[in-house]
Design a protein around this ligand. Sequence first.
Ligand SMILES: Cc1cc2nc3c(=O)[nH]c(=O)nc-3n(C[C@H](O)[C@H](O)[C@H](O)COP(=O)(O)OP(=O)(O)OC[C@H]3O[C@@H](n4cnc5c(N)ncnc54)[C@H](O)[C@@H]3O)c2cc1C
Length: 457
Amino acid sequence: MKVAVIGAGVSGLSVAFYLKRGGAEVKVFEREETPGGKMKTLHEDGYIIETGPNGFLDGKPYTLNLVKELGIESKLYRSSDRARKRFIYTNGRLVRLPENPIAFLGSYLLSWKGKLRLIGEFLVPPKKDDKDESLSEFARRRIGVEALEKLLDPMVAGIFAGDPDRLSLKAAFPAIYYLERQYGGLIKGLIAKMKEAKKSGKKSSGPAGPGGVLTSFKGGVKDLIDSLSEFLQDSIETGVEILSLDRMEEGWKIKYKKGNKVYEKTFEAVVLSTPAYVTAEFLKDLDPELSNLLSEIEYSPISVVALGFEKRGLGHDLDGFGFLIPRSEKRKILGVLWDSSVFPNRAPEGKALIRVMIGGARQPELALLPDEELIDIALEELKRIMKIRHYPEKIKVFKHKKGIPHYTVGHAERVERIFKLSGKYPGLYLCNNAYTGVGVNDCTKAAEEVAKEILNG
Ligand SMILES: Cc1cc2nc3c(=O)[nH]c(=O)nc-3n(C[C@H](O)[C@H](O)[C@H](O)COP(=O)(O)OP(=O)(O)OC[C@H]3O[C@@H](n4cnc5c(N)ncnc54)[C@H](O)[C@@H]3O)c2cc1C
């Protein structure tokens, strides 16, 4: 069976891997010169710098399974124990995110009123209807405004670079949504899950998802992309411009340009692993309704400013994962990752690598400022928050104009409709982080499922 995959991010490459391994003849078309999409790593002067994700959680099996199938377990790199210490910037200082109920009670993060309101979640009756709501609406209803501002808002910034007033609870945090639906509340659900886990001898997970340990690769996330690319070898065409995608009786005809030459090839199936707004363009003539729904999926812009410092006299011990900032603090950055504390080989001996996140749905106008202004913002905020006054010896800026899909209220229904409409066309498949999860694990999971569906006819 001949299958085309358009887009060589982790979704497209993983789909192609599973297809090829299952015996299909695959061709991957990528617009850029190098595969990886948002997942790229730079190796420079002893620094290992991620342009986007710094890993995946090992609490879900999907990426780990892929790693096993590729035979690259020896390249896995678990985050250090220091990464378990996470901070929130609140009232002018960094406060450690409590890891358990006892630490929560003693934490400065919430006032006593805020803590009692959060604990009172146990008594809040479950929502009667199944209508989608925003994360803010859910939080006001169940855990109170303070927990929304100090806990959920920064978490949303960390995962989606998103806006809790517009993000859909059901689509963005399905684990939280199902705790209420299934158990009547978050605390009730967590207690029930702990009991279930105890019975089965497994570890239970937190409310925001299955949790687990942040895991990457010794050479950065690029190791996974390189390994997938090596397996696919010349099945990948990079630097390609797709000119048209047409549905024919015998399958799907792709007309594309590489260099000065134009080619046409026909495939029995095509997987669109491009971002939703690109997929919308491909399908504009075929199905305007489907195309419109795809273009309704919004994206948040985000920039990453990576800074390499001499550790000596830095003014901060970087003992932890980094910190996130609630919107109410009115700072110009979303948060900071202390990369070389999480994965020590990310900086040379005696140096430290940190990455500052700017923009998101909260301040989209900041994400796309000129590099010099982004660097100034990053340094200014580090000085203020972490008392870092050194000038970095290494600076890199990565801009993601359409960085992370923003699953707004109604997303789940929109995606259901998208899949229903795309399902009308035999041999057409969609696989990308725009639909059912933005994490690397969500992408590898969807890829395996789509490949299975194609291979099983
Ligand atoms: C700053 C940042 C930090 C993140 N951190 C984490 C993290 O720590 N953990 C985590 O799990 N997730 C994280 N994510 C999310 C994760 O990186 C993404 O969800 C994932 O990499 C998306 O992969 P994808 O293949 O679905 O999409 P993409 O990576 O966007 O791939 C789409 C591909 O399609 C190609 N393409 C586009 N147009 C065309 C065209 N016309 N023709 C051919 N090809 C085309 C693109 O060039 C790209 O290669 C982060 C994302 C960002 C932006």
